[in-house]
Design a protein around this ligand. Structure first.
Ligand code: AMP
Length: 431
């Protein structure tokens, strides 16, 4: 089945060709025709499956008919994070080049004035994070009664971030007769209930998890003591062939401390987490995309769904608390057919998390032996006698290498290293 068989307009097909896509992905094949027919949709699909285009493309054609009215957006896309909202807006621009649709981005952390101005002149598409939308709604700056198309993206992440009550309230402000599309990587009972309440006879589709099928990513678990995590990470950063790397940590404090430590060690690193102001977050991402820095230390909330080309490595400084986040994190590499490598540092405190990840993915991750400086098996064809220096990212004067780890799996982390486990992102990570 080609894009031309899906019922999209010629203008849109031209934009899709311009984006370089030849065939629709499974989620696009299944979703686009029924969205164009006006049906509600539940799609279980993760980032990396092409799910954004699965709703953006048909929306552009639907909104191509009709006109805007002041203060009354015609459609609404809810995203859990500012970065994802900005990314969906970029998708609208890319696929909508041959249409004249107006769009407003309503996200926390940026001045409200411009956002309100855009709304006043009327928009076809409003892309928002729930917090900022509720804020503007309560100030009477926006009316959702003309909004006939609603997309709830990354619903399970909305749940993790505590946004479900906001979403329920937003749903009640929209007209009852509308089209609703819900995308989620998983379908926990709360999301199922939300769908039952607010969707009308939806078509249901489910596509495979990208991580379970993405054989382009070589995955490793590195056993390490909590005290030696940083030295081990630095050693991997020096010895593996790093082009660009994203390093995930579970806590914002770890993100900050780790970035500082890496910079002190001479790495060209930056950071991104939920405590940063939006312009700062975008600027840091920009530096990473441009290659001013080649290492980005990130928290899950800031990095979810980011689509950055050419990331060669993902490091999990901590094994994520939610097994699904592992799939999201490592999916930042090995994109668009490229090869990628993911290392997860596992201290005793991470052991349970890694077990849950292996249970979810149904795949036992190979253990990487740091002993004696051995290179990863995946790169065994090209044994690395001396640590390679990447062309970017390090100060030249760095000579000392941390000693090889002996991977003392049974060694306990000192008390101070342990923070209480929280099943969800802390509240402060929200928009
Ligand atoms: P998403 O799952 O929406 O995050 O999309 C993941 C990546 O797939 C993005 O970089 C898209 O540009 C890309 N993509 C979306 N649809 C297609 C397609 N039909 N063919 C090739 N790449 C695609």
């Amino acid at each position: 089945m080609s894009f031309a068989d899906l019922g999209l307009s010629d203008e849109l097909l031209a934009a899709v060709t311009g984006a370089g896509y030849t065939d629709p992905t499974p989620v696009q094949k299944q979703a686009i025709p029924s969205v164009l027919m006006g049906k509600d949709l539940i799609a279980i699909a993760q980032t990396g499956t092409g799910k954004t285009a699965a709703f953006v493309l048909p929306m552009i054609d639907i909104l191509g008919e009709g006109r805007t009215r002041a203060l009354m957006p015609r459609s609404l896309i809810l995203e859990p994070t500012r970065e994802l909202a900005a990314q969906v807006a970029e998708n609208f621009e890319k696929y909508g080049v041959n249409h004249k649709l107006s769009m407003a981005l309503l996200i926390g952390g940026v001045q409200m004035g411009d956002q309100v101005k855009a709304l006043q002149s009327g928009v076809d598409v409003l892309i928002a994070t729930p917090g900022r939308l509720m804020d503007l709604f309560q100030r009477g700056k926006i009316l959702l009664t003309g909004c006939n198309l609603l997309v709830i993206d990354e619903a399970d992440r909305m749940l993790d971030m505590g946004f479900i009550p906001d979403i329920e309230e937003i749903c009640t402000k929209l007209p009852k007769q509308r089209q609703t599309l819900l995308f989620s990587a998983t379908m926990p009972p709360v999301i199922k209930k939300l769908a039952d309440k607010f969707l009308d006879n939806p078509k249901q589709i489910e596509v495979a998890r990208p991580a379970s099928t993405n054989t382009n990513i070589t995955q490793w678990v590195v056993s390490v003591s909590a005290q030696k995590k940083r030295a081990t990470l630095e050693r991997l950063l020096e010895t593996d062939d790093i082009n660009t790397a994203i390093i995930f940590a579970n806590r914002k404090t770890t993100v900050r401390d780790l970035n500082k430590a890496l910079q002190r060690s001479g790495f060209k690193s930056g950071e991104i987490h939920g405590d940063m102001e939006q312009p700062q977050r975008l600027a840091e991402l920009d530096r990473f995309k441009k290659g001013d820095i080649n290492i980005l230390v990130a928290s899950d909330v800031a990095a979810r769904g980011l689509d950055i080309k050419g990331v060669s490595h993902v490091f999990n400084y901590d094994a994520p608390w939610h097994p699904d986040d592992y799939v999201h994190r490592i999916g930042r590499t090995g994109r668009a057919g490229a090869k990628g490598t993911a290392f997860t540092l596992v201290a005793p405190d991470d052991a349970e998390n890694i077990q849950n990840i292996e249970k979810l993915t149904g795949h036992k991750i190979a253990r990487f032996d740091m002993g004696g400086g051995a290179a990863p098996e995946a790169a065994a064809a090209e044994p690395k006698e001396a640590p390679k220096r990447s062309s970017r990212g390090k100060k030249p004067q760095r000579e000392e290498k941390p000693k090889a780890e002996k991977a003392p799996a049974a060694e306990a982390a000192p008390r101070a290293e342990r923070e209480p486990r929280t099943p969800r992102e802390p509240r402060a990570e929200r928009e």
